[in-house]
Design a protein around this ligand. Structure first.
Ligand SMILES: [Mg+2]
Ligand SMILES: [Zn+2]
Length: 219
């Protein structure tokens, strides 16, 4: 147990400081709390994991299975993040389901294919549109918060990767560090990102570099 405690450099420092009276119970509680929540990377789907189709300057999801393609380097980036201890949760708005221009079954089939090609822990879909007033449609943080409860995630050490303002807003409202992938869409450029990068492989490198900070995850 002492070896386990001492493996946290912060606690090791406290334990070896003669001026600090060690309360083992407090240390154990603190260690257990930190270990209870795992950090996640929340991933937007279209334009992050899979190809988005720019129509009138705005990215749109693939309409058919034939259009559904995983972007280069995505599978490798995800397995690197997972090996580093991040839970990978896809959070995707699919309002075309509510609009009646896409079938839920087609979206589910695409997501099954995605899961067969990329190592992921969960895929969360919001099938609603603005008029539904749901809690899950980004920029609302519902999908991130629900996943955190279900999977026991530490939101403060988690990161989100998206290509639109809604992704950044949802992350900020959930207390998650937002990374923006700039795809040069013809729409308002989002504020609030911690980093602006080109693609998921670049984002994975950024996240893994931040993780070298003492307590792991990203703060
Ligand atoms: Mg997107
Ligand atoms: Zn929704």
């Amino acid at each position: 147990m002492v070896v386990y405690l001492a493996s946290n450099p912060d606690i090791a420092r406290i334990m070896t400081d003669p001026a600090i009276d060690i309360d083992l119970g407090t240390l154990l509680t603190r260690q257990a709390t930190a270990a209870a929540g795992r950090p996640a990377v929340f991933l937007d789907r279209d334009g992050v994991l899979t190809e988005a189709f720019v129509r009138d300057g705005v990215p749109t999801p693939p309409r058919t299975q034939a259009e559904f393609r995983v972007l280069p380097g995505v599978a490798k980036a995800c397995s690197g993040l997972r090996q580093a201890g991040f839970v990978l949760v896809v959070v995707t708005n699919q309002p075309d389901i509510a609009r009646g221009t896409q079938d839920r079954a087609e979206v589910d089939k695409m997501n099954e294919r995605l899961r067969s090609l990329v190592p992921l822990d969960e895929v969360c879909v919001c099938p609603h549109d603005d008029a539904d007033g749901c809690a899950c449609r980004k920029p609302r943080p519902g999908m991130l918060l629900d996943a955190a409860d279900r999977l026991g995630l530490d939101l403060a050490r988690s990161v989100s990767v998206g290509d639109r303002w809604r992704d950044i807003q949802a992350a900020l409202r959930a207390g998650v560090t937002p990374i923006h992938l700039d795809r040069h869409y013809d729409e308002r450029s989002p504020a609030g990102a911690r980093a602006v990068l080109a693609d998921l492989p670049e984002a994975a490198v950024w996240i893994l570099e931040q993780k070298r900070a003492p307590e792991g995850g990203v703060r």
